[in-house]
Design a protein around this ligand. Structure first.
Ligand code: FNR
Ligand code: LAC
Length: 362
């Protein structure tokens, strides 16, 4: 548009959410109470849920000046996939609770913008259908069942459907207690099911009630799983340096620092605060990712400065999905991507390699 255009003829800025927080408010209006509560909640006193956010505020940025930032490229290579920006979609259960298109909408938005969606074991659309919905790179998140045959089958199905990596979630031997869910008697509404588990007899149960989930999962199982994975295996839910080192020694391809968005052990260290210790323990041998509380582009910048290769976002994606399906998820990702690119420019970082430890203090 030429700059001489009279202001009255200029397109008006598109109305709608300008921040993740605004999208959250819109989602709250759009969602039934029980779904909003399930998505929002942290465990018990929600100390960790709050800590995840607070941690970002404690790390101030020290922007670099007089750097040519005429072009800022947030692209990266991650486990063999080319991503347009370092923000992946965290695995989240039950996405049809947010929107009738559920995981299909999320997969399309991720592929359209060039990032990875991690599809949950507890998806409400079968992993093959999610794969067929969009061409983008995607990973599969695994909850291990008592029936190891069922897990072996899920792994084989994910590989056959072209999932590029497996993400083993290790912070949920049992489900954390979310008070609102207890009070609401939260359950999957009629018509929704854990589509990947169809035929197992428990596909309609909520995760927390299901007897099929295996709390005995341990390091020996990690070896077993790595043996059958056939694709890179990441572990998600690590906050300790010694656990990270042990996982790397066991041959994992990546570590995701996470406390499950504050939904599991309340009082757990904030994800961002756990990151530097894990990064030091891993020593660059495999990529370290982090999730929990990422709501701004500057949060992404801080996590990368502290050594993360990329971040994952959870709830914001569900809020976008609830508000406007695929377009809503695309909106969240675009918001965060554009905020990150602006933050890179303002911090003197034309590419991600320039996002170094000295950019944050504290
Ligand atoms: C999750 N999370 C999760 N993690 C996982 O490994 N498998 C799963 O099925 C789910 N399900 C799930 C449902 C909902 C509603 C939420 C909010 C979260 C945890 C998720 O992957 C991630 O770790 C956190 O959500 C990240 O924190 P933020 O971005 O939500 O603050
Ligand atoms: C949750 C489980 C399902 O956090 O991962 O609700």
């Amino acid at each position: 548009m030429p700059s001489s255009t009279p202001s009255s003829a200029r397109p008006r800025p598109e109305p709608g959410a300008l921040t993740v927080a605004e999208l959250a408010r819109a989602a709250r209006r759009a969602l039934p109470r029980a779904a909003w509560d399930y998505f929002r909640a942290g465990a018990d006193g929600e100390v960790t849920l709050a800590a995840n956010r607070r941690a970002f505020a404690r790390w101030p940025l020290y922007p670099r000046v007089l750097v040519d930032v005429a072009r800022c490229d947030p692209g990266l290579e991650l486990l063999g996939a080319r991503l347009a920006f370092p923000i992946l979609i965290a695995p989240m259960a039950y996405q049809k609770l947010a929107h009738p298109d559920g995981e299909l909408a999320t997969a399309r938005a991720a592929a359209g913008l060039g990032t990875v969606m991690v599809v949950s074991t507890l998806a409400t659309v079968a992993l093959e259908e999610v794969a067929a919905a969009a061409p983008g790179p995607r990973w599969f998140q695994l909850y291990v069942h008592r029936d190891r045959g069922l897990t072996r089958e899920l792994v084989a199905r994910a590989r056959a459907a072209g999932y590029g990596a497996l993400v083993l979630t290790v912070d949920a031997p049992v489900l954390g207690r979310r008070l609102a869910d207890v009070r609401n008697g939260f359950a999957l509404p009629p018509g929704l099911a854990m589509a990947n588990l169809a035929g197992s007899g428990t596909e309609g149960d909520h995760f927390g009630d299901a007897a099929r989930h295996d709390p005995s999962l341990n390091w020996r199982d990690l070896d077993w799983l790595r043996g059958i994975a056939g694709v890179p295996l990441l572990v998600k839910g690590i906050v300790r340096a010694d656990d990270a080192a042990r996982a790397v020694a066991a041959g994992v391809a990546g570590v995701i620092v996470s406390n499950h968005g504050g939904r599991q052990l309340d009082g757990t260290v904030a994800a961002l605060d756990a990151l530097p210790g894990v990064v030091a323990a891993v020593g660059g041998s495999v990529p370290v990712l982090v999730d929990g509380g990422v709501r701004w582009g500057t949060d992404v910048l801080k996590a990368l400065a502290l050594g993360a290769a990329a971040v994952l976002v959870g709830r914001p994606v569900l809020w976008g999905l609830a508000v406007d399906g695929e377009a809503g998820v695309a909106r969240v990702l675009t918001l965060l991507r554009d905020e990150l690119v602006r933050a890179m420019a303002l911090a003197g970082c034309p590419e991600l390699a320039a996002v170094t430890r000295d950019l944050v203090g504290g």
